[in-house]
Design a protein around this ligand. Structure first.
Ligand SMILES: O=C(O)CCC(=O)C(=O)O
Length: 308
């Protein structure tokens, strides 16, 4: 006699990509590192795109070796659309397989943030370390709501200010207390462990796992992308469904459009004829942000012109 085989497309995909051990680490410890999430070519293109995006925002291209002018910890939001290499990175198949396993294939991209860590503390982070925290808003539901992925575009070593994780903290389903957040000095949380990873790796965790990072003693820069995927009912941090260009949708698979939130239905405005449609089927030019004044005016209804 043979037992009924268990079928599950998420598990089949993990098995196809050899990621079963990583899924187990996510369950047991609350984080995992996939060393070869990106190939060397995409890693190099991603790094170049990150340096160009930073240069565009600051007018100063970072020098990875000297780190001059980029001491401490730097964060640039909403960088996905700066380069098609970033689109490939959010769609990297090993990353998506683990994200899907945690929060489902209908998840959306919440933020694509570029991070740099240079030597020492900074004005915003005078004690040098990024305190332990979870990325999820409170209260936690009884399931994973979001997944955070850090893509390493340079080696992330203890000398370059690596990430700190508290194994098992994803099961606590709460934020750390102020005392539990500390990562340096006599009061440092002794449960935090260092996680290092080579360029091209993805560090993946259910967003509620407590994590932070240590001060870097090294003059060189470490460059990472912090990519947050969320279940589709959550309010995302960045405005992709309103702003993603048609060219980006055309050059990617339908799954990319799902990540951009185009399978969601919320976000209604004065239009009365398309609120029932997914964003994929709406004329997005009719959703350009504008300030709405009070007073009567005529709007197009679902079936006819009506007085508002
Ligand atoms: O880059 C770091 O040092 C910390 C990253 C982090 O906290 C995050 O991605 O949520």
């Amino acid at each position: 006699m043979q037992a009924t085989p268990v079928t599950n497309p998420y598990l089949d995909e993990l098995a196809r990509l050899g990621l079963e051990r990583h899924a187990l680490e996510l369950e047991a410890n609350g984080f995992t590192v996939v060393e070869d999430a990106l190939d060397p070519d995409l890693t190099a293109r991603g790094l170049e795109a990150a340096l160009c995006a930073i240069d565009e925002r600051t007018g100063r291209r970072p020098d990875l070796a000297t780190g001059e002018g980029y001491e401490g910890y730097w964060v640039w939001r909403y960088t996905l659309l700066k380069d098609p290499a970033f689109e490939e990175i959010v769609m990297a198949e090993k990353v998506l397989a683990l994200v899907d396993y945690l929060i489902g294939q209908d998840c959306i991209l919440s933020t694509f943030t570029t991070h740099i860590r240079g030597r020492g503390p900074s004005k915003e982070m005078p004690h040098g370390y990024l305190p332990l925290h979870g990325d999820d808003p409170q209260p936690h539901p009884g399931y994973y709501a979001s997944t955070t992925v850090n893509i390493c575009l340079t080696d992330v070593t203890e000398e370059s200010g690596c990430l700190a994780f508290v194994p098992g903290s994803h099961k606590l389903a709460r934020q750390p207390t102020p005392a539990e957040r500390v990562l340096a000095g006599n009061d440092a949380n002794t449960e935090a462990v260092p996680v290092v990873a080579p360029a091209g790796a993805a560090i993946v965790w259910p967003s509620q796992t407590w994590h932070g990072s240590w001060e870097s003693p090294d003059p060189g820069l470490r460059v990472t992308l912090a990519v947050l995927y969320s279940r589709p009912h959550l309010q995302c941090y960045e405005m992709y469904r309103e702003t993603v260009p048609e060219e980006a949708l055309e050059r990617n698979s339908p799954r990319f459009a799902t990540l951009m939130g185009l399978d969601t239905n919320g976000g209604w405005n004065d239009n009365q004829d398309d609120w029932h449609k997914q964003w994929r089927d709406r004329d997005r030019s009719r959703y350009r942000p504008r300030v709405v004044g009070a007073g009567p005016r005529r709007v197009r209804g679902m079936f006819e012109e009506v007085d508002a």
